[in-house]
Ligand binder design. Structure first.
Ligand code: MSP
Length: 654
C-alpha cells in the first residue's frame, strides 16, 4: 500500500484551542479518512508547540511552572480532539525528551555542514509571534499580528538561509505542487526572489526551550525547534524500528498550515532540510482564515469561537460539515452561528437526514424492513436512469474535488445526488404506488434506486461526516462500515440483495434556530468565563469578577447623537435640557453637565447617547435617554465621550 503522511501545525499552548485550530485538524482528519478510502496507508500527525517566550510568560502569569502549564493545555487539546472524534496517529509535544534529542541531532548535522555561525542580532522582535520583525508595518508594528514589537539586542546563532535562495527557487520551479494554492506560491517566490537574510536560530532572552549543544545560555528558536516535530513525530533520530518507520514515511506528503505561517513552512523548513540533506516534503498547503465579526479569529482580538458549544448542540458532524462546506479551501471564510444553523437545517436536516428517514420508513412500511430488489427484466424508466447517471457523476466529481482539497465543491457534488434523490421520490410518488397492489414491482424498483443512491452518498460523506455516515450505513443494514469502501471501486449497482434495515432514528433532527442560537451563546459564555473551561491563568471565575454576559451588554443600546439645542433648566444649576438627534428621531435629554459645558459649547456636537433607558422625569422635565461621559477627578467632573473621527448620527455603538 502506498503511504500518505500528513501533518497539521503544532499549536501553541499559550491559549486554549479555538475554532481556527479545530478547522485545520478537522481538515486533516477528513483528508486522512479520504486517503484511506483511496487505498493509502495514512499517517496523521498533530501536536503542540510548547516552548518559547510567550508560553513562559503565560505560565508565569498563571503562577505555575512552564511544564505544569504546558501539560495542562496540551491535555486540553488532546481532550478536545477526542471529543470531536479527530483520529490522529500521533500527538507530538515539543517538550518530549525524544524531540529535544532529535532537534539537537539535526542541528549538529546542519552545523557540521557549515550552515551555522555566531552573530549579533539587533532590531525589533515580536514576542507573541516569536519572530524578529525585519519588515514592520508603516506604523512600526509586527506584520503578522499588528502588535508593537520590542527592540532587542542579543548574540545568536545564525543559519545561512541566504545560501539556499537559488536552490529554493529551483525547487519551486520544478515542483509547482510544492506550495499551494498558487497565490501563496507566488507570494513565497517573490519573497525569496527579493533576497533571503540569514536566520537567527537561537535565543538567550529566555530559558524555556531546548538548550543548544555547546552553547551555554542559548536555547533553540521556536521555529527551528517546532518545524523539526514533523521529523521527530515519525521517529527521526530514535534509532531501530522507529528509524525504519521514519524512512518509510518521510518525506511528508502534505503539511497543512494556515496562510500566516507559509513562510516558515515553504522557506525556512525546506532550507533546514536541504542543509540536513533530507528530502523535502511533497507539498505545503496553506488555507485561509476563519473570520469572526469581520476579523481574523484570534485570542488577542478577543473574537474567538470555540468548537465545544457547537459540538454540544449540533454534534461533531454538524460542525465538520459547516467548516468544510462553507469555506472555499484556500480562501478566508466568515463564521456566524446563523449561517451554521441555516446550513445545518437546510442541508443536513432537510436534505440528507430527511432523505434517509423518508426512505427507511417506506422500506419498513411497504417491504417489512427489507430493501426490495428490482425484479429481473423490470423496465427502467428515464427517471431511474437519470438517478444512476447523477450518482456516477457525483462519485467522479467528488473524487476530483477531494483530490485537490476542494471540499466545498466535493460536498456540493454529493448534494447534487441527494437533491436528485429527493426529487426522484417526489416525482415518482412511491406512497401513491403503495396503494396499488399491481404496482409493487415499480415500487420495488423506486425504493431500491433511492436506497442505492443513498448508499453511494453515504459512502462519499464518510470522510467529512464519519459518525453520521456510519449511523446511516448501519440503519440501512449495510455490512461493515463506510470507511471500508474503496472509493475506486464504488459504483452504481452494488447494493446487496436482501439487505435488512436496522433500527431507525433521526441523525440530523431539525433545530429551532432561535432557541439553539441562545443555547450556543450561553454555552460559549460559560466556557469563556467559567472556572473549569478557562486556560490556566486565563479568565477568572464569573462570580468573582461580577462579569456581565455579552447578552447583558447587548441590552444597552448606545447611539451617536447630535445636539440640536441646549438650554439650562430653571432652578437647577447642574442641569441642561438638550434636544438630540439620534438618526431616526430627536430626543429630549436632561443631563447634569451644566457646570462643565455651556449650552453654546454643545450645540452641533456629536455625543454618545444610551437610547433605550426607561424615560424618567428629572426636576419635572422628561428625559428620554442618557448622555455618556467620563467622571473625572474626585468631584466626578463630566467629560463627554467623543470620537476622533467623524461618525454618522444614529450609528450604533457595540
Ligand atoms: N506553533 C505554531 C506552528 C508551528 S508548526 C511547526 C503556530 N501555532 S498556532 O497555535 O498559532 O496555530 C496556528 C494555526 O492554527 C494556523 O496555521 C492554522 O492552522 C490554525 N488557525 C489558527 N487560527 C485560525 C483561523 N482563524 N482560521 C483558520 N485557521 C487558523 O502558529
Amino acid at each position: 500500500m502506498p503511504k500518505f503522511y500528513l501533518t497539521t501545525p503544532i499549536y501553541y499552548v499559550n491559549a486554549r484551542p479555538h475554532l481556527g485550530h479545530t478547522y485545520t485538524t478537522v481538515v486533516a482528519d477528513t483528508i486522512a479518512r479520504y486517503q484511506r478510502m483511496c487505498g493509502f496507508d495514512v499517517f496523521f500527525l498533530t501536536g503542540t508547540d510548547e516552548h518559547g517566550e510567550t508560553v513562559a510568560r503565560s505560565a508565569r502569569k498563571a503562577g505555575v511552572e512552564p511544564k505544569a502549564f504546558v501539560d495542562e493545555v496540551a491535555a486540553q487539546y488532546q481532550r478536545l480532539w477526542k471529543t470531536l472524534g479527530l483520529e490522529y496517529d500521533r500527538f507530538i509535544r515539543t517538550s518530549e525528551p525524544g524531540h529535544a534529542a532529535a532537534v539537537k541531532k539535526i542541528f549538529q548535522v546542519v552545523k557540521r555542514a557549515g550552515y551555522i555561525y555566531k552573530g549579533k542580532y539587533e532590531g525589533l522582535y515580536c514576542i507573541p509571534c516569536e519572530l524578529y520583525v525585519t519588515d514592520p508595518t508603516p506604523e512600526g508594528n509586527c506584520p503578522t499580528c499588528g502588535r508593537a514589537p520590542e527592540r532587542v539586542q542579543e548574540e545568536n546563532l545564525f543559519f545561512r538561509l541566504s545560501a539556499f535562495q537559488e536552490r529554493l527557487l529551483e525547487h519551486y520551479e520544478k515542483h509547482p505542487e510544492f506550495i499551494q494554492p498558487v497565490t501563496r506560491r507566488n507570494e513565497v517566490i517573490s519573497f525569496v526572489r527579493s533576497g533571503l537574510r540569514d536566520l537567527s536560530i537561537s535565543r538567550t532572552r529566555f530559558g524555556w526551550g531546548i538548550p543548544v549543544p555547546d552553547e551555554e545560555g542559548h536555547v533553540f528558536y521556536v521555529w527551528f525547534d517546532a518545524l523539526t516535530n514533523y521529523l521527530t513525530g515519525i521517529g527521526y533520530g530514535a534509532g531501530g524500528a522507529k528509524q525504519r518507520e521514519f524512512s518509510r514515511l518521510w518525506p511528508a506528503d502534505l503539511h497543512l498550515v494556515g496562510k500566516e505561517i507559509i513562510r516558515q513552512h515553504a522557506v525556512y523548513w525546506p532550507a533546514f532540510l536541504l542543509a540536513a540533506r533530507l528530502p523535502l516534503p511533497r507539498s505545503v498547503w496553506a488555507h485561509g482564515h476563519w473570520m469572526f465579526e469581520q476579523e481574523k479569529m484570534s485570542k488577542s482580538r478577543g473574537n474567538i469561537v470555540r468548537a465545544e458549544p457547537v459540538h454540544r448542540v449540533l454534534g461533531s458532524d454538524g460542525l465538520r460539515y459547516f467548516l468544510l462546506r462553507e469555506m472555499v479551501f484556500g480562501q478566508d471564510g466568515n463564521f456566524s452561528y446563523a449561517a451554521l444553523l441555516t446550513r445545518y437545517n437546510s442541508d443536513l436536516a432537510n436534505d440528507y437526514g430527511n432523505l434517509a428517514s423518508r426512505l427507511l420508513t417506506m422500506v419498513e412500511r411497504y417491504f417489512k424492513g427489507e430493501i426490495p430488489y428490482p425484479s429481473a427484466g423490470a423496465d427502467r424508466t428515464a427517471e431511474d436512469k437519470e438517478v444512476e447517471a447523477v450518482a456516477e457523476k457525483s462519485i467522479t466529481r467528488f473524487q476530483q474535488c477531494f483530490d485537490r482539497y476542494d471540499f466545498s465543491r466535493g460536498l456540493e457534488a454529493v448534494w447534487s445526488l441527494i437533491a436528485a434523490l429527493n426529487k426522484y421520490l417526489v416525482e415518482t410518488e412511491p406512497w401513491e404506488l403503495a396503494e396499488d397492489e399491481t404496482r409493487r414491482a415499480r415500487l420495488a424498483t423506486i425504493l431500491w434506486t433511492a436506497a442505492e443512491g443513498l448508499r453511494i452518498a453515504t459512502a462519499l460523506l464518510y470522510p467529512a461526516m464519519p459518525t453520521a455516515s456510519e449511523r446511516i450505513w448501519s440503519q440501512m443494514g449495510l455490512e461493515g462500515d463506510p470507511s471500508q469502501v474503496k472509493l475506486d471501486e464504488l459504483s452504481w449497482g452494488q447494493l446487496p440483495t436482501g439487505t435488512r434495515i436496522g433500527p431507525f432514528e433521526s441523525v440530523f433532527p431539525r433545530l429551532d434556530k432561535e432557541a439553539v442560537l441562545r443555547q450556543l451563546r450561553e454555552l460559549e459564555e460559560k466556557l469563556t468565563a467559567g472556572p473549569t473551561g478557562a486556560a490556566p491563568g486565563g479568565a477568572v471565575a464569573a462570580d468573582e469578577q461580577n462579569w456581565i454576559t455579552i447578552d447583558d451588554f447587548a441590552k444597552v443600546e448606545m447611539r451617536v447623537g447630535e445636539v440640536r439645542s441646549a438650554d439650562r433648566v430653571a432652578g437647577a444649576q447642574r442641569l441642561l435640557k438638550m434636544m438630540v438627534d439620534i438618526g431616526d428621531e430627536v430626543r429630549q435629554i436632561v443631563a447634569g453637565i451644566a457646570e462643565a459645558y455651556s449650552p453654546e459649547q454643545l450645540v452641533g456636537r456629536k455625543v454618545v447617547i444610551v437610547t433605550n433607558l426607561q424615560p424618567r422625569r428629572i426636576r419635572g422635565v422628561e428625559s428620554n435617554g442618557m448622555i455618556v461621559a467620563a467622571a473625572v477627578g474626585e468631584q466626578g467632573r463630566p467629560v463627554l465621550a467623543t470620537f476622533s473621527e467623524d461618525v454618522p448620527v444614529g450609528a450604533r455603538l457595540k
